[in-house]
Design a protein around this ligand. Structure first.
Ligand SMILES: NC(=O)c1ccc[n+]([C@@H]2O[C@H](COP(=O)([O-])OP(=O)(O)OC[C@H]3O[C@@H](n4cnc5c(N)ncnc54)[C@H](O)[C@@H]3O)[C@@H](O)[C@H]2O)c1
Length: 396
C-alpha cells in the first residue's frame, strides 16, 4: 500500500515503525505535519519522498492509495472530509470522534463517498486479545457474563490531550474508547449496548476534563461491560482485561508484569516501554511493542481487506458505536443515573432477550452448584422447580 500519513507525532511514528518495519512492502509516500521541520524530520527518518504542511496536498497525490489519520481528535473530521472529497481510502486512529455526533457525520460521509474506511483500534488486534477472543468465540467460556478492561497510566504526552476542546474529553474518551471496544468484542459486537452508569472525577490534574473514571455498560442480553480508566495511575501503563463466562475465565495482562522483568541500577539506562515511569530499579520492559500493542496485526487486517474488497474487523461504524457508549458515560457521570446509549444507527441484532439462567439438573430440579469438598464429599445443591425449595444431596 502507498500511504499518506497525517501527523508526525507519537502515534504517527508508532504506525510508521509498524508499517515500514520488518521489511514491509507498505510504504509511506507523503507526510503532512503542522510544522515544516517536523514534516521534514519524519520524511528523513522514514524515507518519505513528499512532505508538506498543507493537509490536502498530502492526501490529493495520485500515488496515495490510503490515508492514515494520526492527528489530534479535533482534526479527524476535517481530514476524513478531505479523504471523501478526493475519494481516498481512509484509516483513522481512535477515538473516531470527540462525540457520537461527530463520529456519525464521519461514518455517513465515508459511506456516501463510497470509500474504504478502517478504525485503528489496535487493542483488539494484540496477539493476546486475538487468542483470547478466539477462545471466547469457540465457546470455551460459555455465555459471557462480564467483560472488564482497564487502561490506566500517568497521563498523555502532548498538550492538546489536556485541552478539553481539542481532545473532546479526558481519560474516558482517550482510554475508555479502547476499553469499550475490547469488552464489546468479548460480549459480541452484534449485541446492543443499552445503558451506562459511570463515576468520573478530576482527582489530581489541573484540567477541566476527568482524570479518573469507572463505568458499567449494560448489554441487551444481560451481559455487563466494565471500564476503568485513569490519567493519574502511577507505575507505568497498566493494560488488563478480564472476561468471565458460565464455563470459564480469562485474565490478560498486556503490558506490566507480562513475564519480562529486569533490574538495573540505571547504568546505561534505556527506553523501557510506553509510559514507563522509571529506567532504574525493577522494570517491566515490553519485548516488541509494535506487535504486543497490535499495530502489526491491525494494519495487516486493514490492508488485506482493502486488497480483497472486504471490510476490516474495525470500521468507522465501530468507532461510532464506541463514541455513543462514551457519550452515555459522560451523561451518567453528570446525572449519577443509568443513561441510555443513543444509537441512531444500529446494525446488530435487535430485541435480544436476557439469556436464561436456569440450568436443568433432572426433571424436578435446577442445578445451583456442585462441589467436591476437602473431606471428599461430592455435593450438589438443587432448586425444586415447583416449590422453589433449595436442598443439597451428598453423592459420595
Ligand atoms: N494506541 C492508540 O491507538 C493511540 C495512541 C496514542 C494516540 N492515539 C491517537 O492519535 C492521535 C494523535 O495523538 P498523538 O499521541 O500522536 O499526539 P501527538 O501530539 O504526539 O502528535 C500529534 C500530531 O498532530 C500534529 N498537530 C497537533 N496539533 C495540530 C494542529 N492544530 N494542526 C495540525 N496538526 C497538529 C502534531 O504536530 C503531531 O504531528 C489522537 O487522536 C490520539 O487519540 C492513538
Amino acid at each position: 500500500m502507498k500511504i499518506a500519513m497525517l501527523g508526525s507525532g507519537f502515534i504517527g511514528r508508532f504506525y510508521a515503525d509498524s508499517l515500514q518495519g520488518y521489511r514491509s512492502k507498505d510504504k509511506i509516500v507523503t507526510i503532512y505535519s503542522r510544522r515544516e521541520e517536523s514534516a521534514q524530520k519524519f520524511a528523513k527518518d522514514y524515507n518519505v519522498p513528499f512532505s508538506t504542511t498543507v493537509m490536502e496536498e498530502a492526501i490529493n497525490r495520485p500515488e496515495v492509495e490510503v490515508v492514515c489519520i494520526s492527528l489530534p481528535n479535533n482534526l479527524h473530521e476535517e481530514a476524513v472530509n478531505l479523504c471523501c472529497k478526493h475519494k481516498k481510502a481512509v484509516i483513522t486512529t481512535k477515538p473516531l470522534g470527540r462525540n457520537a455526533e461527530e463520529a456519525k457525520r464521519m461514518l455517513q460521509a465515508v459511506e456516501k463517498a463510497g470509500i474504504f474506511n478502517g478504525y485503528l483500534e489496535d487493542l483488539v488486534y494484540t496477539p493476546k486479545f486475538i487468542k483470547a477472543h478466539e477462545s471466547v468465540k469457540n465457546g470455551a467460556l460459555g455465555r459471557i457474563l462480564w467483560a472488564k478492561s482497564r487502561e490506566t497510566h500517568p497521563g498523555p504526552h502532548s498538550d492538546w490531550f489536556w485541552d478539553i476542546e481539542q481532545a473532546g474529553g479526558g481519560c474516558i474518551l482517550d482510554l475508555g474508547c479502547h476499553c469499550v471496544e475490547i469488552t464489546r468484542s468479548y460480549i459480541g459486537k452484534d449485541i446492543k449496548p443499552v445503558e451506562v452508569m459511570c463515576w468520573a472525577d478530576t482527582q489530581v490534574k489541573p484540567i477541566d476534563a476527568e482524570d479518573h473514571a469507572i463505568g458499567l455498560v449494560k448489554y441487551e442480553n444481560g451481559a455487563i461491560g466494565q471500564f476503568e480508566v485513569s490519567w493519574t495511575f502511577r507505575g507505568g501503563l497498566d493494560l488488563r482485561d478480564e472476561v468471565m463466562g458460565t464455563e470459564g475465565t480469562i485474565w490478560v495482562n498486556s503490558f506490566l508484569r507480562t513475564g519480562f522483568e529486569m533490574f538495573t541500577t540505571g547504568k546505561a539506562a534505556n527506553y523501557v516501554a510506553e509510559k514507563a515511569e522509571s529506567d532504574k530499579g525493577w522494570l517491566f520492559p515490553v519485548g516488541d511493542e509494535l506487535n504486543e500493542l497490535g499495530y502489526n496485526h491491525m494494519f495487516m487486517d486493514m490492508f488485506n481487506a482493502m486488497e480483497q474488497g472486504t471490510q476490516p474487523k474495525e470500521t468507522f461504524y465501530d468507532g461510532y458505536v464506541v463514541n455513543a457508549v462514551l457519550d452515555a458515560a459522560y451523561k451518567s457521570a453528570k446525572s449519577k443515573q443509568w443513561e441510555p446509549v443513543k444509537l441512531d444507527i444500529w446494525r446488530g441484532r435487535v430485541g435480544v432477550s436476557k439469556d436464561a439462567h436456569l440450568q436443568e439438573y433432572d426433571a424436578d430440579h435446577y442445578l445451583v452448584k456442585e462441589e467436591v469438598t476437602h473431606y471428599g464429599a461430592k455435593k450438589v445443591i438443587l432448586k425444586n422447580k415447583k416449590t422453589g425449595k433449595i436442598s443439597e444431596q451428598v453423592l459420595s
